[in-house]
Ligand binder design. Structure first.
Ligand SMILES: Nc1ncnc2c1ncn2[C@@H]1O[C@H](COP(=O)(O)OP(=O)(O)OP(=O)(O)O)[C@@H](O)[C@H]1O
Length: 286
């Protein structure tokens, strides 16, 4: 059974004169699949991730479509049922490990809360699972890290802790929201490998939000490419990257892995491609 089906999801920004933020977005995720959700800033990646996590801001309104998670319509579920799924069956690896952890609480408390409250483990069971998870993410001295406060750990260590926390719940789906952007390049690679390894070991599906086609090539089975709130192209990663159908996809591939960083000296996406995109989606200006 398909794990996640986003079906014709549309949303508008109330902050911005009801401007469309998502238009008819459809995608699926099978159990254990890693799908990259790619697009430049403002393409709608975070909005999809937030809709999925029931974290949409009040200023974004869903105007149509469905999000089905194992057949349950997340947009129609009452708050209580949603709270049982979020942080439990669906968990998040956040973008910035700096701000995602509570600075005033030890790692142990932050790791065991969810295990006790959501998975119903006793204090000592939760502690055992937390320690095992820290070992699984290659934290060398898990006892010491359990006692530490977030500021005593490096950015890479904090992100490992958050990955341990996300997988400790034995979720069916992990949403990874640009989990490596705040880290330096060597640590980024390790973290990517770790997420892939954890997802394989636990058979978890991952929706991986990123700007980076290089990341997609490295760890995603499939990819959905967005532009201005619309799906431009999607499919198996190898198919999309070796045989892109849309000029925008081709231009992004030519632009290099970090197409969002023109300062990196890579080929920019040609204006003609944006003109074509605008014509296709009927936008007046970008
Ligand atoms: N809190 C908000 N209230 C209203 N509209 C919003 C809000 N946040 C974002 N938007 C609108 O939604 C659109 C899509 O933004 P979104 O954050 O989903 O893009 P993104 O692809 O995740 O970009 P980024 O990579 O910069 O995070 C933006 O054009 C923005 O105007």
């Amino acid at each position: 059974m398909t794990l996640l089906t986003i079906d014709a999801l549309s949303a508008v920004s109330l902050r911005d004169d009801n401007r469309p933020v998502l238009s008819d977005v459809s995608l699926t995720l099978e159990p254990g699949e890693v799908r990259g959700l790619v697009g430049e800033s403002g393409a709608g990646k975070s909005t999809i991730a937030k809709a999925l996590l029931a974290m949409l801001p009040a200023t974004v309104k869903v105007t149509g479509g469905h999000i089905r998670f194992e057949g349950r319509d997340l947009l129609a579920l009452p708050g209580r049922a949603l709270r049982e799924i979020m942080g439990n069956e669906i968990t998040l690896i956040p973008q910035d490990p700096q701000t995602a952890l509570n600075p005033g609480r030890r790692i142990e408390a932050q790791l065991t809360d969810g295990l006790r409250l959501k998975r119903g483990l006793s204090g000592s069971e939760a502690r055992k699972v937390a320690l095992a998870m820290l070992e699984e993410v290659y934290i060398r001295d898990p006892e010491r890290v359990m006692r530490a406060y977030p500021h005593e750990l490096s950015g890479g260590m904090r992100q490992r802790v958050l990955i341990a926390a996300a997988f400790a719940m034995r979720p069916k789906l992990v949403v990874a929201d640009e989990p490596t952007t705040a880290l330096d390049v060597t640590v980024q690679k390790q973290i990517l490998r770790l997420i892939r390894q954890m997802q394989k070991a636990h058979g978890t599906a991952v929706l991986f939000v990123t700007h980076d086609l290089g990341v997609v090539a490295q760890i995603c089975d499939s990819v959905t490419l967005l532009y201005a709130g619309r799906v431009i192209e999607q499919g198996r990663t190898t198919d999309v990257l070796t045989n892109p159908r849309h000029a925008y996809t081709r231009a992004l591939i030519a632009a290099g892995p970090r197409y969002d960083r023109p300062d990196a000296g890579l080929e920019p996406v040609p204006d003609a491609v944006f003109a074509q995109l605008r014509a296709e989606i009927g936008e007046v200006s970008r």
